[in-house]
Design a protein. Structure first.
Length: 262
């Protein structure tokens, strides 16, 4: 670790140690060390699949699009099911245990923050979740596991068992309305925190990527932990370039040392 990198870790640890309200904002990059591919890194999901095929309009209007979506979901389900939280997720749990964490605004649909031990009420899922599936006609909710069993029985496009309606994951597709409650909670938290930490996001998808800007404009210190440059690096007070797991573990260790000395 370079001298400059270590110095930034220490400075960020000082900020968090002195903070009362920390918001963590996560993207797919926090979960790659858990074995879940991100979208825009080399080899990411959007290199292997065309995101244009997964818009809400296509899903609703074309049976073929629904077939493609369920095929991807069937392949992806075991990866999600077997993924374990990594040191970056565990560092965020330690922030909650210190009573410093206002909430986690996550773009991820992998429910790894909840698996790691963060309270459900602290996790704001801006892009929904792959954990549940809902009937778009009668609203009946299913778990991913229930429908995975149907897919593994050979059904290509599962239908609602109650009304034969269209089933869709509760993950927000491109062009689908954002969850209003989650957006309100994320905006309020971003406006009222003193430290806002981005972990593992390219910050190119809106309205999610507006949250770091809202926080910065509201007076928060903005920290970006990311392996590659992001679209908002010029806004950040501190940038930590590298592995989310290593960086977040190092930061929390430094905060805990300060707390022991206090
Ligand atoms: N440590 C730190 N950063 C990492 C790591 C890691 N181990 N692995 C990947 N990254 C970084 C990548 O360099 C990249 O900049 O995480 C970022 C992930 O960016 P994206 O793949 O664009 O993911 P994300 O920002 O979450 O995408 C936002 O786009 O397709 C939609 O709905 C989807 O929620 C997603 C949204």
């Amino acid at each position: 670790m370079s001298q400059e990198h270590q110095q930034t870790i220490e400075t960020v640890a000082d900020l968090i140690h002195g903070a009362n309200s920390v918001v963590v904002f996560t993207g797919a990059g926090i979960s790659t060390e858990s074995g879940i591919p991100d979208f825009r890194s080399a080899g990411g999901l959007w290199e292997r699949y065309d995101p244009e095929e997964f818009t809400y309009q296509k899903f609703m209007s074309s049976e073929n699009s629904r077939k493609l979506m369920w095929q991807l979901a069937k392949e992806f389900a075991p990866v999600l099911e077997n993924a374990e939280p990594n040191p970056a997720h565990q560092a965020v749990v330690r922030l909650e245990e210190m009573n410093k964490l206002v909430c986690i605004i996550t773009q991820n649909v992998d429910y790894l923050h909840q698996k790691a031990g963060n309270s459900e009420s602290k996790v704001v899922e801006l892009h929904g979740t792959m954990r549940y599936i809902r009937c778009l006609s009668c609203g009946q909710r299913y778990t991913a596991q229930e429908i995975q069993a149907v897919l593994e029985d050979g059904v290509e496009i599962p239908e609602c068992h109650h009304c034969a309606g269209i089933l869709k994951h509760e993950a927000i597709a491109f062009g689908e309305a954002m969850p209003a409650q989650a957006m309100l909670k994320a905006e309020h938290a971003s406006k009222n925190c003193d430290v806002f930490i981005v972990i593992g996001s390219s910050l190119v998808v809106y309205p999610a990527a507006s949250m770091p800007v809202v926080a910065k404009r509201s007076g928060a210190s903005l920290i970006i932990v990311n392996r590659e440059p992001t679209d908002l690096d010029s806004f950040a007070d501190y940038i930590i370039r590298g592995s989310a797991g290593e960086a977040m573990d190092a930061i929390l260790k430094s905060v805990e040392q300060r707390m022991d000395r206090a």
